[in-house]
Design a binder for this molecule. Structure first.
Ligand code: NDP
Length: 245
């Protein structure tokens, strides 16, 4: 008898090429999942799939491109038999003062963080529902609960994700459990993509001191997923112990 219910389960992780996504892939693979790694940087996810083995696959996909997600879902169905878990992790944090100079950043964040997660979910939903024991994990943020000057549109994407997740939680129970993960500062490359230079330098300074590692967030995700089916953990808010807001 198979005593580990995660063995043979298939987990799709968006944004698996770095940070929290890559760490989650490692944690779930260690628990026996077959993982499908989605991201735009194919070289990185191919190297990770090779490292993980156990039938892991790397699939180049941009969450802002629905066709690439549809193609990814077909591959997951054909090659792995369908997804039991979807981790909506892909995201970008383009902080800076609210101004027209940043208008491209606003569209990029809404399309990747919010619409990207929504699109990946509608595309993979039939697979998650199939079998009546799916899991959807949405990576939100402390910024989905508290907004600050300079993070308005990023916060809007995460507040949006929180509202959408709660609606889905009610709509999809009990066949698909929905979990929202809301981390504070985690040591990843997230601030490196900020386009507003002064903001990037300032935020990077904070991230240079980051104490919470992506592996610690991944461990929480693996714990949530490993709960027996009668128990659902809907929300996890975590911060470095000295982070105020
Ligand atoms: P990283 O920058 O390391 O990872 C972001 C991932 O998202 C990358 O793998 C990137 O892959 C992927 N990505 C970005 N845009 C797209 C896109 N259009 N299509 C597909 N993939 C995309 O940062 P983190 O690991 O920190 O971020 C992961 C998530 O965690 C994000 O949603 C972020 O908002 C959230 N978060 C992070 C916190 C932190 O302090 N680090 C705190 C709270 C939440 P690629 O470029 O290869 O496509």
């Amino acid at each position: 008898m198979n005593e580990n219910p995660s063995v043979g389960r298939v987990a799709v992780i968006t944004g698996a090429s770095s940070g929290i996504g890559a760490a989650t892939a490692r944690a779930l693979a260690a628990d026996g999942y077959q993982v499908a790694l989605l991201a735009r940087r194919l070289d990185r996810i191919e190297a990770l799939a090779q490292e993980l083995g156990n039938g892991s696959v790397a699939i180049q996909a941009d969450v802002t491109d629905r066709d690439s997600l549809l193609a990814a879902a077909s591959r997951v169905q054909d090659e792995l038999g369908g997804a039991g878990v979807l981790v909506n992790n892909a995201g970008i944090m383009l902080l800076g003062p609210f101004s027209s100079e940043q208008h491209h950043d606003y569209r990029t964040m809404i399309e990747a963080n919010l619409l990207g997660a929504i699109t990946a979910t509608e595309v993979f939903l039939d697979q998650l529902k199939n079998g009546g024991a799916g899991d959807l994990v949405n990576i939100s943020s402390v910024a989905g609960r508290t907004a600050r000057a300079g993070n308005g549109v990023y916060a809007a994407t995460k507040w949006g994700m929180n509202g959408w997740s709660e609606s889905l939680r009610q709509e999809l129970l009990p066949g698909v459990r929905v979990t929202l993960i809301e981390p504070g500062v985690v040591d990843t490359e997230l601030p490196q993509h900020i386009t507003h230079e002064a903001t990037r330098a300032q935020v990077q300074k904070g991230y240079d001191q980051a104490t919470v590692k992506p592996e610690e967030v991944a461990e929480i995700i693996a714990f949530v997923l490993a709960r027996p089916r009668h128990l659902a953990i809907h929300e996890v808010l975590l911060r470095p112990v000295d982070q105020l807001g």
